[in-house]
Design a protein around this ligand. Sequence first.
Ligand code: PEP
Ligand code: MN
Length: 337
Amino acid sequence: MIVVMNPESSPEQIEDVKSAVIKQGYTPRPVPGTQGQWIGIIGEKPIRGRRHFESLSGVKQVVEISSPFKLASREWRQQDTIISVGDARIGGDRVVFIAGPCSVENLEQTLSVAKIVQAAGASLLRGGAYKPRTSPYSFQGLGLEGLKILRQAGDATGLPIVTEVMDTETVGLVEEYADMLQVGSRNMQNFSLLKKVGKSKKPILLKRGLAATVQETLLAAEYILNAGNEKVVLCERGVRTVSDHTRFTLDVSAIPAIQRLSHLPVIVDPSHAAGKRQSVLPLALAGVAAGAQGVMVEVHPDPAKALSDGPQQLLPDDFQNLVEQVRKVALAIGRKA
Ligand code: PEP
Ligand code: MN
């Protein structure tokens, strides 16, 4: 519920409303972008006392937030949220590029990809040090060594780095090295992890679960916001369907749906949806045409030798071409790229 004060209400009246909220057993929260004029009330139990709050002096109206997610909703914040990661800004009318290898394999590979994607227009470098693999016999990532390599590549190029954190135990370590923490699809409903990264000061890239609805995705984001971290970027990366021609089905329709319901930025990952290189570009274009505020793709200097996701990783020239094509679509729909 949100208590909306009259624009001419006095600081004392605002304080009185806050005290009334506390007296009812709730915590008042400032609603972003309203200069303290809107007071949010969020709790585990249904919020009571609407009439009471309406009767307090200086109150214009009381608005119930109808969606199950509150802090993530457009009712909570009308304007698009823009998230800063280093010099990069994600959200609003921009389209940013996040690129890098699926896995960090060694310094030479990571550094060469970092330089290539930066030259081609990427604003962030991605790369997995801790890898969620379907098979325990697949390459599991370099762990701490991978974090160090990624940091080195980030520092060498000036690109902020985003990497996945798979469990609560390694959040502290990954935070030390990364500029943005990724919660992968397979962990979208790992509630302990969501609460833990919600305590982090670093922005979070939250990927939609393989079979998660839009509402479940936004409720997962709500866990992070509710724990105190307001810097969440969502990522559509495809969901499981009956399709056997693709790894996952990129649900482009989820992008405008999320943007209608939420103020959080939404990016698209065509690489994991496609599963194969030749489908990455068309899916990236479709995602941006549908409103995605960023594109995250996997790039490898020699995909045939990649230790994970070789078939879907782009060659350096493919990435350069993707950036050029995506920019055309972005400009055509009135975005900045
Ligand atoms: C990744 O981006 O490295 C990844 C593993 O993706 P997802 O969680 O979407 O499968
Ligand atoms: Mn991958």
